[in-house]
Design a protein around this ligand. Structure first.
Ligand code: OXD
Ligand code: MN
Length: 636
């Protein structure tokens, strides 16, 4: 669908500054029509119907109101190399790497771009010029949609109102799932002219008629793709990609990149973290947040069904992003800025995440999953009997008939489901609380097949910040990287920092120096240790992760008769399996809690190199002190 038949072509009712902005972009992008989204069910259905008629999405016969979209195979993941933060001053975003910046070799990228493993920077005026050129006339033959939306609960002092302009109806229907969307969000404005609204401009970058071959069901412009952020103007400008994090600007672009920079300025934290509650068998409830790199099981943990320890209950507040602030009593409180889940489909099954599997059978948009001839979805690890499907044909995400013998996956490894949070059957009753929920533990984690124990507790806040800063994990399919390699991913935020990582660390450390804060304890977990001989996972994971959560829970109690004991090691405090209050509920292979000094000394070396190379003079001295202290403890 290119032109929307019901476009309202009126900007009446928009706050004055928003009207001016939209008018300016209409003049620049030259769409055939424009439409301000009201967020209604009728509008949503009209868009879905129009896209279905145009073959952009297919309705899944077996489920209620579910659709599949398949993308151009060149537009399947976040493109980190083309994601850029633009400011006046380079050091506000990146530090100069010790070995200098690599030359920009891609002819489609601006030459003055500075690329680093902790983010990319360009001068904001220069980038504005580049983007103006890309956007001139880019919506010809299409409808320009204005999406008013809000990140965070209504009536919350911590929520932010935003708009996204886009020429993609897929983005409109997806944003309606992922955010609180519609003109009603303007009622939440504290400054009525709209001058504080975060502005996002997005285009798939394919004006019509096109002189290049176009994928009509998924127009995109991979050569010209750029995802740019202007924290000093609270603006996001994204060109060329229609895929999730590149085009649904509320998620990574606003909630994390612009969000973290707003958070620094305003004294709070915007983090790549799930939010969950845990109620123990005695009925005591605690809230935790947890940061894992993309596709490491955050959604599964946020919806954990406890197994192996009776009496525990887990409920979900969010699976990807936490906005956190300290309240007047000094407690850390978190809101989930999102309103939906954009979860990785492969690996989601009745055994790994029954809650997610149930919730996606209504009102869900799937992207790049496979479809069965009887109108069902299919992906690797769905645990559906292939035998049971012998009568059924599978159509892969590439729209080809699929069988195992083809030797390629039926669903793209980064295929997704997009579903409203309200469909989650284990939503925590406080999920929509404008004040957020009180956080007692912060958990970091990564995918580490070797060396990193199942769980450890940091000694204090400063050490915990160091643990977050030192996170490393095996790469996954959520971004454009190929192959499995251990990558540094501090705070699971490497692709999402909106400002200089060194300053981000100072911001985190600053809370440790403030009087009167009840700082949460900080943990590190690793579900992914493997036996070096058999290559089998040493920990069952999934539902049994409750056994680790239980240890953390018991570490947090003030009642000394119930507090779990811990053993001090060089890297932190670990469960003491020589007592009865270590990890409970079944066997724990001793290899899961082994600390190898050689491994950790080599880890120290890698971390030191990484910091020296990439954070350089912006590294806070506290982090160097922690690294030196760790190395000393390991060498004793
Ligand atoms: C995501 C990601 O999509 O982290 O959540 O890549
Ligand atoms: Mn994520």
């Amino acid at each position: 669908m290119e032109v929307y038949a019901h476009a309202n072509n009126s900007l009446d009712g928009l706050p004055s500054k928003i009207r001016e902005y939209v008018q300016e972009k209409i003049t620049l992008c030259q769409p055939s029509s424009f439409h301000v989204c009201d967020g209604s069910e009728q509008e949503n259905q009209e868009l879905l119907d129009a896209m279905e008629q145009a073959g952009v999405i297919r309705r899944l016969k077996k489920y209620k109101n579910c659709y599949i979209a398949t993308t151009d195979p060149r537009d399947v993941a976040r493109v980190e190399s083309r994601t850029i933060i633009c400011t006046k001053n380079m050091n506000d975003v990146v530090s100069t790497p010790r070995s200098g910046f690599p030359p920009v070799t891609d002819p489609n990228l601006p030459k003055n771009l500075k690329q680093t493993p902790l983010g990319n920077w360009m001068d904001s005026d220069e980038m504005m010029e580049v983007m103006e050129k890309r956007f001139a006339g880019c919506m010809r033959g299409r409808t320009l949609f204005v999406i008013p939306y809000m990140m965070g609960p209504y009536s919350s002092p911590y929520s932010k109102v935003a708009i996204e302009i886009t020429d993609s109806p897929y983005v409109v229907v997806s944003m309606r799932i992922m955010t609180r969307m519609g003109t009603q969000v303007f009622k939440e404005l504290k400054v009525p002219d709209g001058s504080t609204v975060v502005k996002c401009l997005h285009s798939v970058g394919v004006p019509l008629p096109s002189d290049k071959p176009v994928c009509s069901t998924w127009p995109s412009n991979p050569e010209q793709t750029l995802i740019t952020h202007f924290p000093e103007r609270n603006e996001i400008i994204s060109f060329g990609s229609g895929y999730g994090g590149n085009s649904l600007c509320g998620k990574k672009c606003l909630a994390l990149r612009i969000g973290s920079s707003l958070a620094k300025r305003e004294g709070w934290l915007a983090e790549h973290m799930l939010i969950m509650s845990i109620t123990n068998p005695e009925g005591v409830k605690k809230y935790f947040v947890a940061a894992f790199p993309s596709a490491c099981g955050k959604t599964n943990l946020a919806m954990l069904r406890p197994k192996g320890l009776p009496g525990y209950k887990v409920e979900c507040v969010g699976d990807d992003i936490a906005w956190m602030h300290f309240d007047e009593e000094g407690r850390l409180r978190a809101i989930n800025p999102e309103f939906g889940f954009f979860g990785v489909a492969p690996g989601t099954s009745k055994s790994t995440n029954p809650i997610a599997l149930d919730m996606v059978h209504e009102n869900t948009i799937f992207t790049n999953v496979a479809e069965t001839s009887d109108g069902d979805v299919y992906w690797e690890g769905i645990d559906q009997e292939i035998d049971g499907l012998h009568e059924t044909l599978i159509r892969s995400w590439k729209n080809k008939r699929w069988s195992v013998d083809l030797g390629e996956p039926a669903a793209h490894p980064n295929s997704r489901f997009c579903t409203s949070i309200k469909q989650c059957s284990i939503l925590d009753p406080e999920w929509n609380n404008p004040q957020g929920v009180p956080i007692e533990a912060i958990i970091f984690g990564g995918r580490r097949p070797v060396g990193v124990p199942l769980v450890f507790e940091s000694f204090n806040w400063q050490h915990g910040v160091f643990v977050g800063a030192s996170m490393r994990s095996e790469s996954t399919a959520a971004a454009e990287f190929k192959g499995k390699q251990i990558m540094h991913d501090p705070f699971a935020m490497r692709p999402f920092f909106g400002y200089n990582f060194g300053q981000y660390l100072s911001h985190w450390l600053s809370f440790g120096k403030k009087e009167g804060l009840q700082l949460p304890k900080i943990y590190h977990v690793n579900w992914f240790l493997k036996d070096s001989q058999t290559n089998q996972f040493l920990w069952p994971g999934f539902g049994e992760n409750i056994r680790v959560i239980d240890w953390i829970f018991r570490r947090l109690t003030n009642d000394s008769s119930k507090k779990a004991s811990a053993r001090k090691t060089a890297i932190g405090l670990i469960p003491d399996q020589s007592t009865s209050d270590g990890i409970r509920g079944g066997e724990v292979n001793p290899a899961l809690l082994e600390i190898s000094n050689d491994f950790w000394l080599s880890e120290c070396k890698a971390i030191r190199n990484y910091f020296e190379e990439n954070v350089n003079e912006n590294l806070p001295k506290e982090i160097t002190l922690e690294l030196d202290a760790l190395q000393k403890r390991l060498s004793q």
